[in-house]
Ligand binder design. Structure first.
Ligand code: F6P
Length: 532
């Protein structure tokens, strides 16, 4: 195991502390500097990252780069991509990049891993194609019209987010004109209403359940699967035919087979894939059913390209590293303890919950790799939702509240929605996203506010009463991330961007982003309460 470093003892950390207590120019002034703005724009892999609205100058940028170096980031990335035991508390590698790099000649991990991954990928993709082509039937001999994903956490959030994000592909991905593609639904919540609401619209003869669970022990998922099975039998499916309607995806295949799942409908992944990093494995089956094998593989390609970028690119142009460093600057030095995610595309409705698990389950840690209590804050509280809706709900707090809240705005440069006036709608989103980033950065000071109020014809008395309420402090940092378009490749790149951002922050804080012991105690107490 690599010795952990004490991040707050690093020279660059101390330097950054000094820089954060300086009088810094306001963002509105920093934004006047054209060469700074040009230097803080980056493009790669169908993404554009605009960091101009981060509260950084050349001194902060240089010190952040030194922080990456002093944290031995290079070495830590190397160890990760070599498949070394980076998940120290569970004594294993975290090799999700192996799920999307199938070139045996280019990988540092064992070739047998690549071969096994490849085999399973082909198995579940070909199953997905058969479902799409209506070649699999339920007990009545009819093809499946509906697929219901039963799973929670990483067995739900990644696939649910991808299916929604890539639903723009549906129109042109039908296997044949006459075939209707199966609809994909998700149930994660053990509340009976969640399952009931979905099933009440479905026909048991044509419904396929995918039971997704890495451990195959998660109480909520097993209960949902049992109720789904009961729904099948109570609605006409003979008991011995239920397995036709059930698929298992798990790292615990022995238990799935023992529980009656057919081996040809049981797909595996491996203990070195964390739940929140698992959508690239057979956990992606609902995505492959929704968008087809070809597009699913493009999603992997997009992520793989980001792996390569992360692995090879110098820190000052490395997108995940930059995103991570600005996050650390905001969290640990500007004392912004929450981080807001605001997608400006309806297709990304489920992106924030996906990211919440990725960031907070990974980096919400209180001890370092040597189990020393952390001396500095780790993951911020990640929150958010669709930006355009947020503007009319909680953005008030972002603009004038007492907390400093950095924002990641995520938008599409172009959109292909076939609806009438879709371009006008898209333009509305784009302009609003740009306007919010600008308003948060620039603000409007008292003097400007008074001037504007004067121009509306208000009296001095009225202005004195109102100006304070209508002033915006500005200086709130944000990053704007633009996707050229919503495609499997750009989505894959975006997801891997955040995965590696999380890795980089963990490497700097010297924590383990791949375990999640914090979720265990509550589960254990629930079990004890059940047994009592
Ligand atoms: O309780 C948290 C957690 O273990 C997550 O890490 C995981 O993604 C989720 O539960 C579901 O676990 P499983 O896939 O084993 O059912």
């Amino acid at each position: 195991m690599k010795p952990a470093h004490s991040v707050n003892a690093l020279k660059s950390w101390v330097e950054l502390q000094g820089l954060s207590t300086r009088e810094m120019p306001h963002l509105r002034d920093l934004l006047q500097d054209k060469s700074r703005c040009e230097a803080l724009h980056y493009k790669a892999l169908g993404l554009e990252l605009d960091f101009t609205c981060q509260r950084v100058d050349s001194h902060v940028l240089a010190a952040l780069q030194r922080l990456a170096q002093e944290s031995n980031l290079k070495d830590q990335i190397q160890r990760f991509f070599q498949g070394q035991e980076v998940n120290t508390s569970e004594q294993r590698a975290a090799l999700h990049p192996a799920l999307r790099n199938l070139d045996e000649h280019k990988v540092a991990w064992s070739k047998s891993i690549t071969q096994e991954v490849h085999l399973e990928l082909e198995r579940f993709c070909s199953f997905a194609e058969q479902i799409r082509a209506q070649k699999h039937q339920g007990y009545s001999g009819e093809a499946f019209t509906d697929v219901v994903n039963l799973g929670i956490g990483g067995s739900d959030l990644g696939p649910r987010m991808c299916v929604q994000a890539l639903s723009n592909l549906e129109a042109w991905e039908k296997p044949s004109k006459s075939a209707a593609l199966p609809r994909v639904h998700f149930v994660s919540n053990v509340d009976a209403w969640a399952l009931y609401k979905v099933l009440s619209d479905l026909d048991p003869r044509t419904t396929l359940f995918i039971v997704q669970s890495k451990t195959f022990l998660t109480q909520e998922t097993l209960l949902l699967a049992a109720s789904a099975k009961q729904w099948l039998t109570q609605n006409g499916c003979p008991l011995d035919k239920t397995s036709q309607h059930l698929v298992a995806v798990t790292a615990n295949t022995a238990l799935a087979l023992q529980s009656g799942y057919k081996s040809e409908q049981t797909f595996k992944f491996w203990d070195w894939v964390g739940g929140r990093y698992s959508v690239w494995s057979a956990i992606g089956l609902p995505v492959a059913i929704a968008i087809g094998e070809k597009k699913f593989k493009e999603l992997l390609e997009g992520a793989q390209a980001m792996d390569e970028h992360f692995h090879q690119t110098p820190w000052d142009r490395n997108l995940p590293v930059l995103l991570a460093l600005f996050g650390i600057w905001n969290n640990n030095f500007l004392k912004a303890y929450t981080h807001h995610i605001a997608p400006y595309s309806y297709l990304l409705s489920h992106f924030t919950p996906y990211l919440q698990q990725l960031e907070m389950e990974s980096n919400g840690k209180g001890v370092d790799l040597q189990t020393h209590p952390m001396q500095v804050h780790t993951s911020p509280i990640v929150w958010g939702g669709l930006g355009i809706d947020g503007q009319h709900a909680y953005f008030q707090l972002l603009h004038q509240g007492s907390h400093l809240v950095p924002v990641d705005f995520i938008g599409l440069k172009s959109d292909t929605c076939p609806a009438d006036k879709a371009q006008e709608h898209h333009q509305c989103l784009v302009l609003n996203m740009k306007a919010q980033a600008k308003a948060l950065a620039q603000g409007r000071n008292l003097q400007e506010t008074k001037k504007e109020l004067k121009e509306t014809g208000l009296s001095d008395e009225q202005i004195a009463l109102l100006a304070g309420h209508r002033t915006f402090r500005g200086n709130s940092p944000s990053t704007s991330i633009w996707l050229d378009e919503m495609s499997p490749k750009t989505l894959g790149a975006l997801m891997a961007l955040y995965e590696h951002k999380v890795f980089t922050q963990a490497a700097i804080w010297s924590i383990n982003p791949f375990d999640q012991w914090g979720v265990e105690l509550g589960k254990k107490i629930a079990q004890q309460l059940k047994n009592n």
